[in-house]
Design a protein. Sequence first.
Length: 310
Amino acid sequence: MKTMTSAEKGLKAVQNRPFDYKVVSQPYMLPSDFPVDWLSNYVQGDNEITYLHFHNCLEIGYCLEGSGVFFVEDKILPYTQGDVSIIFPNQLHLAQSLKGKESRWHFCFIDPDALFSSDPMSSRFWDRVGTDTYPRFNNIVTPDDHAEVVWLTDHAMKELEKHRPGYESAVKGYIWTLLTLIGRQLLLQESGTAEAAAGGADRRAMQQISKALEYISQHYMEPVPIHRLAELCCLSVTHFRRIFHKCMGMAPLDYINNVRIQVAAALLCHSGSSILAISEEVGYATLSSFNRHFKRLMGEAPSQWRSKNR
């Protein structure tokens, strides 16, 4: 597997950016003895996305409160309290809270090569992962997806926050295990199915619908005509539907409903708004339509979901 320099990786990220956003580089200079930096209680607003940034290191975030979406390359991923974000070096990304809301995060920035430099076995393992596996990783990890990753992240963040004697060793231990689990998952994905490889390779098709994904993330609470999405992508409606289904595994309307319900689920957990108000906020004209879609996607009625997950 070809090894690229940090500058070459950054250039490739810029060339492959999903939307016509400004691209900002935010490098971190991490000391070799403790290659970890720390940003606590970062408040993420709901500002319109006008740029994406990338780092020369691995970024791990822990969502303390709030909900929103993470833009990572050509993916738009919902997040909520208790979720973990894993952003690999030189991946274009930015977060956005729900409209009118704020979310709060802890972030740490890590140089895996420096961290593993003292242990050749671990270093070789991380080298096997390779940058080609990054695009197929789901960058938002929930407690249901991988409880161990969330637990390790939470404890590493607490050590960084409390700064007690010996915290460096504790943080290294947590992160060492965390990166091993992430690397294992990446390798399992890489050796998994031909479909995953094909999906990662077909980046051009994803680029064709990227403006539609961007538009949906900003306007999901409004009526979203399919012909408008097709126009944004400079495609006929028929061609747009076909490419969208190929990339996303579902029809555009199903994807829109999916985004609405994910946002509604976050609001049910973290706001005191009534179910009717939430249904209207995410774009449903009637409560019955909202209830029907919510139960189909989440497996239970909104009231049941709220009582279990709040």
